[in-house]
Design a protein around this ligand. Structure first.
Ligand code: HEM
Length: 472
């Protein structure tokens, strides 16, 4: 039976072998986490099977762990299902150490030059928005299901950065990639992954999780080998080229850079950048349709600020406090990565007076911050006023943490924020989105996973006529 070490945070009674798995709904543990917080406070412990974990709630405790004591709390659990799927490599799950540091620095630098570099990235995003517009224009006056459209758009933007190419929305290649990635994301946070983590003896059995391993193999062959056929050394067009050039420069000795690493790395970036952004967009349009007064206020601000301009730029956000408030409120309510990505302590350490041994799983419960009472004017409702002060200016409370915090926080924050703003503004300027009359009451309850997804829904699209301005 797992036992709590001395001065470990409190938590519910444990069972032999299962630990506290019985206290958590495997389908959606968020409500259970909230109930445990009410009983045990902001820092409590759980056993995931035999493994000790601490759940950290609320802005103060999360900041202390991930920012003040980042060196102690920024490892990643190294023996989970995801690590085996990615062969313990990649950027998202790699442990906090030289390889992570080396790759993170490279990724930030390269993405800045090739992707996140302001103008080139804006061009790429606007290029993809044209395809979203085409899809919507074909559906004017009709009812449309936006799931696949937003997934493909987010996927294409990151594909442009990584592989220098986009894929038609019905392209078999990218459909297969998106399918595999989504399947793996659901598997990774589902019951089979938890059982995999808890019982090593089942690792080689033909159970549903083996699908995730096959998916990765398929993706590797498809993505990188295809790309290498057209590469010219020393003339990088995209992230993969940059990585291969860097690899040539470093040689294979003594560096954490390798072709195998590149494959997992690209998949990591593609995965991290697709489901997150697209689910946030889906949540955004769900709430904008069902709150038409907010949608209209966005449209009024957009029309006022962009008068005479053919398209929106990312810098225009400084003149659009309401739209900024809406994009941030969408991220807050979407709560897209509800438990962040699990961390792990890198040494024996302390948090809020408790002792936490090296190797403890750390679960930063971002949900608890994004709706924390006392931090928000309206913690439990969709309301852009959460980000506006009395003068109607945009303000960002410190509890806005959808990208987590500290040195391990989301590497794609800049790209994600640019995508959300440009896509939402451009679409709201051109179209009116309506909740279909016969769709019944909207169901806002998300489907739980590493990334949360809104329940599938439909939208009705109308075109907004603009006099005097040509809009691209
Ligand atoms: C709305 C969109 C997004 C949200 C809400 C989001 C959220 C997050 C969160 C919560 C983490 C975990 C941070 C931690 O461990 O403390 C993370 C990590 C990460 N994200 Fe994002 N993300 C988004 C978009 C993107 C995009 C577009 C990219 C691609 C460039 C990306 C790349 C990454 C990477 C590489 C990591 C791992 C960083 C590391 O371990 O050093 N994300 N993200």
């Amino acid at each position: 039976k797992p036992r709590r070490p001395k001065n470990f945070p409190p938590g519910p009674l444990t069972l032999p072998v299962l630990g506290n798995l019985i206290n958590l709904s495997l389908e959606n543990p968020l409500k259970d986490f909230e109930m445990l917080r009410k009983s045990y406070g902001n820092v409590y412990s759980l056993f995931i099977g035999p493994k000790p974990a601490v759940v950290i709630n609320g802005v103060n405790a999360i900041k202390e762990a991930l920012m003040t004591k980042a060196n102690d709390f920024s490892g990643r659990p190294q023996d989970l299902f995801i690590n085996d799927v990615t062969e313990r490599k990649g950027v998202v799950m790699v442990d906090y150490g030289p390889s992570w540091r080396d790759h993170r620095r490279f990724a930030l630098m390269t993405l800045r030059n090739f992707g996140l570099g302001k103008n080139s990235m804006e061009e790429r995003i606007h290029g993809e928005i044209k395809h979203i517009i085409n899809t919507l224009e074909k559906n004017i006056g009709k009812i449309l299901s936006p799931q696949v459209m937003f997934h493909n758009a987010a996927s294409n933007i990151i594909c442009q950065v990584l592989f220098g190419t986009r894929y038609e929305y019905d392209d078999e290649f990218i459909r297969e990639i998106v399918r595999c990635v989504r399947e793996n994301s659901k598997l990774a946070n589902g019951p089979w992954a938890m059982l995999y983590d808890s019982f090593p003896m089942i690792h080689n059995l033909p159970l549903p999780f083996t699908k995730a391993f096959r998916n990765v193999e398929k993706l590797v062959i498809k993505l990188v080998n295809e790309h290498k056929k057209t590469r010219v050394a020393g003339e990088p067009r995209d992230f993969v080229d940059c990585y291969l050039d860097e690899l040539d420069k470093r040689g294979s000795d003594g560096s954490s850079f390798s072709e195998e690493q590149l494959i997992i790395y690209s998949l990591d970036l593609h995965f991290a950048g697709t489901d997150t952004t697209s689910n946030t967009l889906l949540t955004g349009f769900l709430y904008l349709m069902t709150n038409p007064h907010i949608q209209e206020r966005c449209q009024q601000e957009i029309d006022r600020v962009l008068v005479g301009k053919d398209r929106v730029g990312f810098d225009d956000r400084h003149n659009m406090p309401y739209m900024q408030a809406v994009t941030h409120e969408v991220q807050r309510i979407a709560n897209t990565v509800p438990l962040s990505v699990f961390h792990c302590t890198t040494k024996d350490t302390e948090l809020m007076g408790y002792s936490i041994p090296k190797g403890t799983i750390v679960i930063p419960n971002l949900t608890s911050v994004l709706n924390e009472e006392g931090q928000w004017k309206f913690p439990h409702e969709f309301n852009p006023e959460n980000f506006l002060n009395d003068q109607g200016e945009f303000v960002k409370p410190e509890a806005f943490m959808p990208f987590s915090a500290g040195p391990r926080m989301c590497l794609g924050e800049g790209l994600a924020r640019m995508e959300l703003f440009l896509i939402m503004v451009t679409l709201l300027r051109k179209f009116k989105f309506i909740w279909p009359e016969d769709a019944g009451e909207p169901d806002y309850t998300p489907v739980y996973g590493i990334t949360q997804t809104p329940k599938p829904y439909h939208m009705k699209v109308l075109c907004i006529i603009h006099l005097n301005t040509v809009i691209k």
